[in-house]
Each structure stands twice: as C-alpha cells, then as structure tokens.
Design a protein around this ligand. Structure first.
Ligand code: 5AD
Ligand code: SF4
Length: 439
C-alpha cells in the first residue's frame, strides 16, 4: 500500500530547500508526496521563527491538526525547523500539542528518518533537539521540487548577530561547505538538466572566511565555467562583506544574473548602529555606487525593517530617502518583530504598533511606486526568460528574466525549463506580460 507525506513550509528559500531535504528522506522511506493533507500518513511542519507572525501561523496550523490526528491515530505529525530550535520551544510545543509525534531541530534534520522509525516502535513522542553548531551534512539527497532551478547551500548559520535577529541563535555559527563539493553538486545538477543554480547562505559573501578555501567570487567564477547554458543566482549578501571584486565577477560573467539582493534594513545611521549592522548609510551607498559602476543595469533588491526600537520620524525619513536614492527593483518590507532572546528585545523604546503600521504603509507605497516605474520601462523590450511553470490563476506560462522580473506569456508547446525570448507588451506592478517571439 502506498504511503504519503505532506510538508508545510514556512519562511524563506533556505527552508524551502530544507523541505526538499526532508522530502528526500521521506522518499527514501518509501513515502510519496500528496498535496492533500487528509490523505497523508505523515505531515511535517518545517517552521520559521524569524518574525512572530510566521511563528503564530505555524502554531495555529499545528493546532488545527488535532481533529485529523484524533480521527487518524496512525498518522505521524512531525515538527522541525527554526521554531523548535529556539530555547524552550520544543517543550512548549510538546505540552501544547501532545499529539505531535516527532519534534526535531535545525541541526538534526538528517536524522528524521531514524526518528520516524523510532516513533513507529513506541508510543511516546520522539523529541530531539541538538545544540551542535558545526554540522555540515553532505549526505543529503534532496527531492527537488523547483525545476528548472536548483538550490545549493554554500554556508550555514550566521555570525553577525544583528540585534533584532534570532537566526544566529537557531542556526548556529557560520560554516561553509567545501568548494569542491559545491562545484561537484552544481556540475551534476547542470548535467541533469537544471538551468538555474541558486547558491544559498545567510551571508554568501563571507563564504570560506577564515579557511584556506577559495573566496565567494572565485566560487562563482568556477561554477560559471561549467559547460552548458544556465544561470547562477545567490542570496543573501551582507553589505559589509560585499566587495568590488564580486561586482566585477558579476559584470564579467554572462551566466551570473545581474540581480543582487543587498539588505539595508534601515537608512538611518543611529538605527543601523543599534541594529549592529556594522556599516553606515554612507558605506552602503558607496557599495551601491560600485555595483552600479560595474553593472549599470543591475536589479538591486533589499530588505527593510520599520519600527525598530527607538526609530524616530527622522530615522524613518532617512530610510525613505535612501530607498529613493538607490532605486530598488523591489524590496521586502517588514515591521520589526520582537524576538525573545535577542539584544533588541530588551531595548526600552519599543515602537507602538500604530506608528509602525503607518510607517510600513508609507514605505510600501514608495517601494511599489519605484517597482511600477521600473516595470513600465520594460514595455516594448525583448527579454530572455527561463520558463519555470504555469500560473494556476491565469493558466499562462511564467518565468523570470535575469533581473528576477516575473514574466507571464502564452505558448502553444510545453516550454518549462526552456530559455525563450519574450517581447514585453504590458507591465502590471512587479509582473510583466508578453509574447514569445520566434528567435
Ligand atoms: N523583525 C522584522 N524583520 C526581521 N528580519 C529578521 N529579523 C527580523 C525581526 N526580528 C528580516 C530582515 C532580514 C530578513 C530575512 O528578515 O530584514 O533581512
Ligand atoms: Fe540575521 Fe543579521 Fe545574520 Fe541576516 S546577517 S541572518 S539579519 S543576524
């Protein structure tokens, strides 16, 4: 009889790729994917705790499974990811949701298979959270779900301790995989037909820092020299480690997408200092200048936080003027979320919700305006799109150009995984609509 798994993923691309690793483990145990939670034999929640709403969302959904579990006692419920790795959260989850069978953390995801077998032979829940910070697992066999793109982890963890951020506490210290393993993985994925490789790390720029291995720009060059037509993307870059050499490598290599995600968080020096970001507004703008010097058409994107403790109207204005100055292709905007255990959580001047809400609305308005203006400039142009799939709503094909813009188009033949030239006829917010041309 067939057995099915259903995975629910919260948070970032890093988690999406980790869910592929979880899926790989489950496939190895003979499970198959189902989109239908009611028919699953095992449900895995891959959680995120970076902001409170992601956490609440996961808690809410785990709570909703109580009835299903009561009706299907053999169904296994497993909860893993950043949330469980937080101090005391695993115990908290277990007492709140005693029907959860397995709780695992970020450092022992690779042991999920053993934990499932263990659970099958006993009644009690299996709860294992490891504190180990040095783990790099090279044994993963991810079940990839994002063809034609393939995610590759290059670093794990983070050493930066931005004062608002929980990541260093739940993902451990920064550690890099060996470049030879990364290059080999990229080579075999490209040989297997993947057309886009996205290198993942909390701070890819500090890849191999303090070791004898090659630097991040050198790694990019090596991957770009693999034969075949494919694209390379990477995320995320910390501005303090973003180098001129990296800008040169992107500019000099057509396989590396001209799209850089460079999270600034705030445009105010006082707030940047309190955030422990280790650069000033001026430092950041200087890096943007270098980036634009080498790659004038680079699509720069960012992350922004409003309502950080102590943020004044003037500080917020500095963020608005910085956004105006840089001209982002798009930006992720967040209201500061107080995370227990971080330095900022103890700061006395937490900002009232209504002020943060007003600020974020204003910021979103500005970012959207910039995005619309940039999108409209594409109309009439030809862009090369890598087709990624079919949009459920419009039933059109969708894909991205090298700048990361989503393009929707029709095609009479199946084109997923192909590079196509598309003439852009219409822009709507961040999305572009066009027609495939003959060449
Ligand atoms: N509150 C709001 N946003 C946060 N981020 C990280 N921690 C927090 C927090 N406590 C945002 C940052 C980061 C992105 C991944 O999430 O902008 O770059
Ligand atoms: Fe968090 Fe800062 Fe590390 Fe990014 S660089 S993961 S924001 S601590």
């Amino acid at each position: 009889m067939k057995k099915y798994y259903h995975i629910i993923t919260y948070g970032c691309q890093m988690n999406v790729h980790e869910s592929e690793k979880i899926a790989g483990i489950l496939c190895g145990l003979g499970y198959e994917n189902t989109e239908e939670i009611n028919s699953a034999d095992i449900v895995v929640f891959n959680t995120c705790c970076i902001r409170e709403n992601a956490e609440n969302h996961a808690f809410g959904n785990i709570g909703m499974l109580k009835k299903l579990k009561a009706a299907k006692r053999d169904m296994i419920i497993a909860v893993g990811g950043c949330l469980t790795q937080q101090m005391g959260k695993a115990e908290n989850l277990h007492s709140k949701f005693p029907y959860v069978d397995i709780i695992f953390g970020t450092h022992n995801l690779n042991k999920l298979g053993e934990m499932i077998l263990q659970k099958k032979s006993r009644k009690k829940a299996v709860i294992e959270i490891e504190d180990s910070e040095g783990i790099i697992c090279e044994e993963d066999k991810p079940f990839r779900t994002s063809y034609p793109n393939a995610w590759i982890n290059i670093t794990y963890g983070c050493n930066n301790f931005c004062s608002y951020c929980i990541v260093p506490y739940v993902r451990g210290r920064e550690r890099s995989r060996k470049s030879e393993n990364i290059i080999e993985e990229a080579r075999s994925l490209i040989a297997g037909g993947y057309k886009e490789i996205t290198l993942l790390g909390q701070n890819v720029n500090s890849f191999a820092n303090g070791t004898e291995d090659i630097s991040f720009p050198e790694l990019l060059n090596k991957i770009a020299s693999i034969d075949g037509k494919f694209r390379i993307r990477f995320m995320t870059s910390h501005p303090k480690d973003f180098s001129e050499e990296l800008a040169q490598v992107i500019a000099g290599n057509s396989k590396i997408c001209k799209a850089v995600h460079l999270p600034v968080q705030s445009g105010s020096n006082a707030v940047l200092r309190a955030m422990n970001r280790k650069y000033t507004r001026e430092d950041y703008l200087k890096k943007i200048e270098i980036l634009k010097k080498y790659i004038p058409d680079c699509a720069i994107t960012t992350d922004l936080i409003v309502g950080f403790p102590g943020e004044t109207e003037e500080d917020f204005n500095d963020t608005l003027t910085l956004v105006e100055k840089v001209g982002y292709a798009s930006a992720f905007t967040f209201v500061y979320s107080r995370r227990e255990g971080t330095v900022a959580a103890k700061m006395p001047e937490q900002i009232p919700e209504e002020i943060s809400k007003r600020r974020i609305m204003k910021l979103i308005e500005l970012v959207n305006l910039q995005t619309r203006v940039m999108s409209s400039k594409y109309v009439g142009k030809m862009v090369e799109v890598l087709c990624e799939g079919v949009d459920e709503k419009t039933q059109k094909y969708l894909g991205r150009d090298e700048y990361g813009r989503m393009v929707y188009f029709d095609s009479p033949t199946p084109v997923i995984g192909e590079f196509l030239t598309v003439r852009i006829d219409k822009a709507n917010g961040i999305s572009l609509f066009g027609e495939v041309t003959g060449d």
